[in-house]
Design a protein around this ligand. Sequence first.
Ligand SMILES: *Cc1c(COP(=O)(O)O)cnc(C)c1O
Length: 329
Amino acid sequence: MSNPSLPISFADISAAAARLQGVAHRTPVHTSSTANARAGAELFFKCENFQRMGAFKFRGGYNALAQFSPEQRKAGAIAFSSGNHAQAIALSAKLLGMQSVIVMPKDAPEAKIRATREYGAEVILFDRYTQDREALGKQIATERGMTLIPPYNHAHVMAGQGTAGLELIEEVGTLDILLICMGGGGLTSGCAVAAKHLLPQCDVYGVEPLAGNDFQQSFRSGQLVKIDVPRTIADGAQTQSPGNLTYAVCKALLKDVLTVDDHALVNTMRFFAERMKMVIEPTGGLAAAAAMLGDSEGKLDVKGKRVGIIVSGGNVDPAYYAQLLRDGV
Ligand SMILES: *Cc1c(COP(=O)(O)O)cnc(C)c1O
């Protein structure tokens, strides 16, 4: 199945996979008989917490930067992010021998600022209360001729993220359901294109934080909905609105967008630590939480099904992680 009106095709994901070959990790697919017993289903976890820089975002960042023209390469890449997209662009630029600038709020966690600098990026801090990030970014991009790479609403980013879904299906074969952690929908749109091409019968769902259900509202109402910055521990999914490109793909290919609450995320992080010996970040557990504990509306039925789950990342401050596991939310 290929829909020519969508911004990305299966061929774009195959081409991204070729670019990432030998550069990105082919992350493992883990299973757990305890998880299967709890869900009453066969669950396959694609572990992007083991990806380079700790999350799937490396796939999309590298796929975008690898397609720069010689002129774009000379000037380098710029991104606004205090999260995993920042590290993805910084590391990709370093591997491709180009400069990168990451614009971050000056109250971003010190560890994240340091990590981004260690990957070789120039970090420019701004005051989120007095300065307009977009305007600042545009000014720097124009002055230095740099190319701005957004975290999800970009065809090359979306196609790169889709390689996670492609690898999962290549490894485990047929799936009845695919569940994907969702913020702005870059990962979900890429994986949905791969899944619906290879397994047209597979039902694909995005899973968002309950408090930040901008995509669910948009998907169900048929128009882009914008919400206030959501209060959730899923910091990788605190988006306020879907992108127009990610929305177009998700609207065409998803069965639905589901939500889970922060309690379910903590319980899922605890399960991964205790049973699967894995550190996952709160956002990384969205899809797994829906499969193991159910979604907030009780809509998802996985009983007896083969279910693919993208575990999206593992970047979480150790002290905060310990506190969440001990005290909950
Ligand atoms: C960015 C991110 C997401 C959300 O991805 P989108 O492409 O914005 O939907 C989910 N999990 C982690 C760990 C992330 O870094």
